[in-house]
Design a binder for this molecule. Structure first.
Ligand code: UTP
Length: 292
């Protein structure tokens, strides 16, 4: 089966970015001049998904407005002859049809995914957390869709994290699949461990915010009791799914920027700006003048 639908849970409270996120969704924070969620939507489109589902909550209308047409703005830009900006603005609303579903209360990532059940239906789908922005030669989702096509199983994206930093992540307990065409990137998963102590981590493969899931996950989430923080955790649901069917990890090729964290956001902003033709050299010159 093909992965056509991409779900973006975007109903979290974004407390780490308060007060900026008091009235603005975290997913609309810009990396240079593009909201972080747009990077994820572009990744999904580049991977061949043609249906975007965004799970929103209270105070998230800016996301809907962003992907909608803005007649007044387009007219104004047209009148002023700002054709380049007009193209950029039009590209966003022309990009794709986006469907929205509401998570009335932020009851956890697993609960947010469950909200998309009716729109997803009985087919495999991708889940992308907007605050993990990924850059690399091949879109992260595209790499994992290839792995899904070969295995027809759920695929969790992982990255290698060495040393004590692993304690900040969910970690897979598993081993690389040595045969086949994925160069040891594909991992069999036996179990998932949330934020283990460094010495007790079952591997160095940390889970990041990109998943391909079979629809069986909805049944698993239905049966999952509330976990850490009184929330319905996706990891707990995945652990139940593991009892029913195979789940793989995929150590993707590329760089993950954790923009949900303030320092990660600042680093990503600098890196993305340095890569820009219009800003890179000016910013590089400025950074050199800082007495660090
Ligand atoms: P985070 O764990 O980053 O939580 O959620 P958060 O609320 O967005 O941010 P902080 O930690 O308070 O600063 C990971 C992803 O899951 C979504 C978020 O919107 C984010 O994209 N999410 C989380 C939901 O959609 N619903 C929830 O109930 C929780």
């Amino acid at each position: 089966m093909r992965v056509r639908k991409a779900v973006f849970p975007a109903a979290g409270l974004g407390t780490r970015f308060l007060p900026a996120t008091k009235a603005m969704p975290k997913e609309m924070l810009p990396l240079v001049d593009k909201p972080i969620i747009q990077y994820g939507v572009e990744e999904a489109l580049a991977a061949g998904c043609d249906q975007i589902i965004i799970v929103t909550g209270r105070g998230k209308t800016a996301i809907e407005d962003h992907f909608d047409q803005s007649y007044e703005l387009e007219q104004l830009l047209e009148e002023k002859g700002k054709t380049e900006l007009l193209t950029i603005v039009r590209q966003i609303s022309d990009m794709i049809h986006v469907a929205y579903v509401r998570q009335k209360q932020a009851m956890g990532l697993g609960h947010a995914v469950l909200m998309a059940r009716e729109l997803v239906g009985d087919e495999p789908f991708a889940v992308l957390l907007a605050d993990d922005v990924i850059s690399g030669p091949v879109p992260c989702l595209k790499q994992r869709i290839k792995a899904f096509e070969a295995t027809q199983s759920s695929i969790i994206a992982t990255q290698q994290v060495d040393g004590p930093a692993i304690s900040a992540y969910g970690v897979i307990d598993g081993s690389p699949v040595r045969s086949g065409k994925f160069n040891g990137r594909l991992h069999n998963i036996k179990n998932l461990v949330e934020k283990p102590k460094w010495e007790e981590a079952p591997s160095n493969q940390a889970i990041i915010g990109r998943y391909i899931l079979t629809p069986e996950i909805f049944k698993a989430l239905d049966r999952t009791p509330l976990g850490a923080g009184g929330e319905l955790q996706l990891t707990d649901g995945l652990r139940l799914l593991l009892k029913k069917e195979k789940v793989y990890g995929y150590n993707f090729e590329g760089v993950r920027h954790d923009t949900g964290d303030k320092l990660g956001f600042l680093k990503a902003t600098v890196e993305f700006a340095l890569q820009r033709k219009d800003l890179g050299s000016g910013l590089r010159d400025y950074l050199k003048t800082l007495k660090l």
